[in-house]
Design a protein around this ligand. Structure first.
Ligand SMILES: C[S@@+](CC[C@H](N)C(=O)[O-])C[C@H]1O[C@@H](n2cnc3c(N)ncnc32)[C@H](O)[C@@H]1O
Length: 271
């Protein structure tokens, strides 16, 4: 695959976040080989989004935060042209079938206004540093009447892991997420017609806490705001405490994701 690395002059506020972005890209690139194996919940939410597709003569679709391209084949059944876009070059390179992809930051979308008939984004926009601005940008790059299908991880997710880590310290070991209501407000504020908005709870089940915690690492979802590279490294006794503090249900370690599913439309121009 030939992935285009788009060099952009970043606005100052975004440049400040560039370290966080590099860490995010590195985490996802590091998770490339294990991602597909562990991305069970992601597959379920991708399918829920596919069930919402309303495609009438739509041609060009952007797969925002495409990752290793797991949704591309299905998207291509609905759209003439699908452009994968992701911050992680490692993720994009996983997809050997596609000759064109764009490696870039969703917080600085390098596209002209009214370029796309649709934007599909599964399990990615929660990584945006400014969700409100991202929705404004999605509105800009969509053609009138264009649609957005997106799933977004919301507050309440990974609560089991947060509980387990409370046994050792009060630091954030996983990312913080906007609430579903807050996400919906951002969307409304940008003027999208909301055709569907629902909050689902998806759960993965593991035989033991250690597996549950490893699954977060395998999908690149550990805390990107941590400056401390050693924070992820626990002593044996700390790890045991965390595992002992993991809330089990019927002896199983659950990982819960609260996911907002949205179908949005940009108003068509009326004369
Ligand atoms: C959980 S994966 C989802 C991948 C795929 N959409 C799926 O359904 O499995 C999230 C993806 O978002 C990408 N990502 C994170 N921050 C991003 C950003 N600022 N701009 C573009 N992509 C980003 C990551 O590199 C990763 O590939």
């Amino acid at each position: 695959m030939t992935a285009l690395l788009v060099k952009q002059r970043l606005p100052r506020a975004i440049a400040k976040h560039s370290q966080v972005k590099s860490r995010t890209a590195a985490k996802f690139s590091g998770a490339v080989t294990s991602y597909e194996l562990h991305a069970n919940v992601q597959k379920r939410s991708a399918n829920a989004l596919f069930r919402q597709l309303n495609v009438q003569g739509a041609k060009v679709c952007l797969d925002l935060g495409a990752g290793p391209g797991v949704n591309l084949d299905k998207l291509k059944r609905h759209y003439d042209y699908v452009l994968p876009f992701d911050l992680s070059l490692g993720m994009l390179k996983q997809n050997n079938a596609d000759k064109t992809a764009v490696c870039g930051d969703m917080d600085a979308l390098p596209f002209q206004s009214e370029s796309f008939d649709a934007v599909y984004s599964n399990f990615a926009v929660q990584w945006s540093a400014n969700l409100n601005r991202l929705f404004t940008e999605l509105m800009r790059i969509l053609k009138p009447g264009g649609r957005v299908y997106l799933s977004c991880v919301c507050a309440g997710s990974l609560n089991e892991i947060i509980t387990a880590f409370k046994t050792i310290d009060s630091q954030n070991h996983v990312n913080e997420f906007h609430s579903f209501e807050q996400t919906k407000q951002f969307i409304q504020h940008c003027g999208f017609i909301i055709e569907n908005a629902e909050l689902k709870c998806y759960q993965d089940t593991y035989p033991e806490p250690l597996h549950a915690m490893r699954s977060i690492k395998a999908i690149g979802a550990t805390n990107i705001h941590s400056q401390n590279k050693r924070q992820g490294l626990l002593t044996k006794s700390a790890l045991k405490k965390v595992c002992d503090g993991y809330p089990l249900i019927a002896g199983q370690a659950i990982v819960s994701y609260h996911v907002g599913l949205f179908s949005l439309q940009k108003r068509a121009i009326t004369v």
